[in-house]
Design a protein around this ligand. Structure first.
Ligand code: ADP
Ligand code: MG
Length: 729
């Protein structure tokens, strides 16, 4: 019996017994987090104060304090059954990494004890040599170390009966180059803080800190574990490389509005429970458009914590699914022909006065502050669209962007009807010889339109990659498997740079004798005019938009190898360096790493494609071919006329054609891969892999294999079909 048939036979049908009551969320929320509240309980006053100072003001923790804090953490962790600790970090592979050490140790006289000292809390040296480092290893030392990030609290991960204390850390090379996602993210938060506080001071001197906020929405697919195992492409690549469309997929739109299937529902509640313990504030869950597709979203948080929580969530989800005999697919496009998965990044800036800087104000004055930040974000995206695009580029996200069902690869900004009106009012009223009366009138105009904006809140353009949604911007082009730190680091940095320019421009006018508020209006007006081409309110999926965008000169890079060029353009390297986010060698290394990741992904897909064709798709096709041939021969020998076996012959013809074409193409693809592998330059190699392997062969080979799927006897077919993967659970 094939793996497919046995998997189909063993999809569980039992349901949960009713009656068990789930505890209130507040009863478990954060129970596995060493929060400040827990710290208060386990630390001396002195140690607690030093921890708070390091979180709030980034102050360094000295050695003796670190010892005290580590001791308190261990005492807390041990009370929860923890035996090991690990530095938890986010290397550029895209997953999280851990290396567990036990608290257990032996004293010099052989006495066994449990300990966790400050040094072990603050710094560790995992071996960096097998993490991607894009040439940094050659230039610098191979060794890297992890360093504690006090701004994200430690937490306990539970796997089976094992419990481990995880310390969020950054990961850097011995010479200080960052090798992870977190270090540059923290630097970009800092850059944005400085630039935004300066601009806030035009309006409110009480602001001392501005923190970017992030609320992600995570889409994912869920499939039965048995069926998953029978698909080497899902196991190795996270997506199906073969599979004919199922007769019914999402066209009835019945999944989106339907109730959550019971087995998936049990899984959801289970992983949500795990998330609550970890302090991840999940809020919503629902079905998504495609069959077997779902979404969850939390309440937004400061970006550093939100990023940690999203990477944790992906991990927790994947592990919890196994307990339910399910698999979570985070790939951007696991199935051809139906929707893929993204991860919307809702982003804003919060001042420590409690004000959301992208939330329209209640008075004309606060509205000017809102307008300032709002226009600066638009200008930032206008000036740096290419690097924002690069930050979300990956082999898997290429299947979404520009594929007519997700935001296009063209970056544009949607702001809605009322804000368009507000920007037009500014343009009309701001003149060179603007006086105070004009300014007051304008403020009133703006104020008049803002209340309507609150109504406009729900009027969303789902096809825009970057949309203003009432009190935040929503970047929708992020891939479902991505680390949010990548786009958010860019967003923070480009807005920081734009705010710095803004301040310089306004100060220059004030210097010339212009009144402050008029100077601000003048520069806002200049920025509005200067970034008009990025604003687009229409259908982002349409062909007309592609043409229009080309006319406007907006970049439309559909493939990763080319989209990544923006990382190393002179302008963008300068941006990162001037804002202290990446050094030139760090950003060049990252460019190299992204290209290498791309090459490897396509290389692996190519191999699996070939292997599956020859060992799983052709064998049942050839067996069926034989059966038909024998049948025709038999009928012929029995003296029947051609009419009697005409249909069999027709099927046999088709099968033979698809078998031949598929196997020829597989051979040719192998040759093409060999040629690509010989290319030295990483960028050239990535481009060649995209054109000569992926674009030249993947769809063609798949076409013939998928035709065979329809022709060959169903019970002989090895690979679980789309209708089974998508509808059975
Ligand atoms: P919906 O899109 O379902 O109508 P919301 O607009 O309230 O819901 O929020 C969508 C996501 O945006 C949620 O994850 C939410 O936490 C997040 N969000 C809301 N406000 C902010 C903000 N100021 N900064 C960042 N994210 C936010
Ligand atoms: Mg949304």
């Amino acid at each position: 019996m094939s793996l497919r048939i046995s998997a189909l036979n063993s999809i569980p049908t039992t349901k949960e017994q009713p009656g068990k009551i789930t505890p209130k969320i507040t009863a478990v929320f954060g129970s596995h987090v060493f929060s400040l509240k827990t710290a208060r309980e386990y630390l001396s006053d002195e140690a607690y104060k030093s921890l708070v100072a390091s979180i709030k003001a980034g102050q360094k923790i000295d050695r003796s304090m670190a010892n005290q804090i580590a001791n308190g953490m261990r005492a807390w962790a041990e009370s929860k059954g923890v035996t090991h600790y690990t530095h938890w970090f986010q290397p550029l592979t895209g997953t999280t990494a851990e290396k567990h050490d036990s608290f257990f140790t032996l004293k010099s006289d052989g006495t066994p004890i449990e300990e966790f000292d400050g040094a072990a809390l603050i710094q560790q040296e995992p071996d960096a040599s097998s993490f991607p480092n894009g040439g940094l290893r050659a230039t610098f030392e191979a060794r890297g170390y992890t360093a504690w990030d006090p701004s994200s609290p430690p937490f306990i991960i539970e796997i089976g009966h094992g419990r481990t204390l995880c310390i969020p850390t950054i990961f850097i090379s011995y010479t200080g180059e960052s090798l992870d996602y977190k270090a540059p993210l923290l630097k970009s938060i800092d850059a944005l803080n400085k630039a935004a506080v300066d601009v806030c001071h035009y309006f409110d001197k009480n602001v001392t800190r501005v923190t970017p906020t992030l609320g992600w929405e995570q889409e994912y697919f869920v499939v039965d574990e048995g069926l998953y195992r029978a698909r080497p492409d899902l196991v190795m690549c996270g997506r199906t490389l073969y599979g004919h469309n199922s007769a019914k997929n999402q066209q009835l739109e019945d999944h989106y509005f339907g109730s959550i299937p019971e087995r998936v529902y049990a899984f959801m509640r289970d992983f949500e429970h795990e998330c609550y313990k970890l302090g991840i504030p999940l809020r919503t869950r629902h079905n998504e458009v495609a069959p077997a597709q779902f979404e969850c979203a939390p309440i937004f948080e400061e970006v550093n914590l939100a990023v940690d929580h999203n990477t944790l969530l992906m991990d927790v989800m994947s592990r919890t699914a196994l307990r339910h005999g399910l698999r979570v697919l985070l790939h951007e496009k696991p199935f051809a022909g139906i929707n893929g998965s993204g991860k919307h990044n809702n982003w804003s800036m919060a001042a420590d006065t409690g004000v959301n800087l992208l939330s329209p104000g209640k008075t004309p004055k606060t509205n000017l502050m809102f307008l300032t930040f709002f226009v600066n974000v638009i200008k930032a995206v206008h000036d740096y669209a290419d690097i924002l695009r690069a930050s979300i580029a990956s082999a898997s996200n290429d299947h979404r962007l520009g594929a007519n069902e997700a935001p296009p690869a063209i970056i544009s900004v949607f702001i809605g009807e009322y804000l368009t009106k507000v920007l037009n009012d500014v343009k009309q009223r701001v003149t060179d010889n603007m006086d105070e009366q004009d300014e007051t009138m304008l403020k009133l105009d703006i104020h008049k339109n803002i209340p309507d904006l609150l109504l406009d809140n729900t009027d969303r353009n789902r096809t825009s990659p970057f949309a203003f949604t009432g009190n935040k911007f929503e970047l929708r082009a992020v891939g479902s498997s991505a680390n949010c730190a990548s786009p958010v680091t860019v967003l923070n940095t480009i807005v920081a740079q734009t705010l710095k320019n803004f301040k310089a421009d306004v100060d220059a006018l004030i210097e010339k004798g212009e009144k402050k508020e008029i100077a601000i209006m003048q520069v806002i007006n200049e920025y509005i005019i200067g970034s008009e081409k990025i604003l687009f309110e229409g259908d982002g999926y349409s062909e007309e938009w592609e043409k229009e965008a080309e006319k406007r000169g907006l970049p439309n890079l559909k493939t990763t190898p080319l989209a990544l060029d923006a990382m190393v353009s002179e302008k963008n390297v300068k941006l990162f360096v001037e804002n202290g986010v990446y050094t030139p060698s760090e950003i060049h290394a990252r460019h190299e790493i992204e290209l290498e990741k791309y090459i490897k992904k396509i290389q692996i897909e190519g191999r699996i494609m070939g292997e599956m064709a020859t060992s799983m798709i052709l064998p049942p096709a050839i067996r069926y071919q034989n059966l038909l041939a024998k049948n025709i021969k038999g009928l012929k020998e029995a003296g029947l006329t051609e009419e009697a076996y005409a249909n069999q012959k027709q099927i046999l013809d088709k099968i033979s054609e698809h078998i031949n074409k598929a196997s020829d193409l597989v051979e040719q693809m192998i040759e093409a891969r060999k040629k690509c592998n010989a290319i030295e330059d990483t960028r050239e190699k990535a481009i060649a892999y995209e054109r000569e392997v992926k674009a030249a062969f993947f769809d063609k080979i798949r076409y013939h294999a998928d035709k065979l799927e329809l022709l060959v006897d169903d019970k002989e077919w090895y690979l679980p079909k789309y209708r089974e993967l998508l509808f059975l659970r």
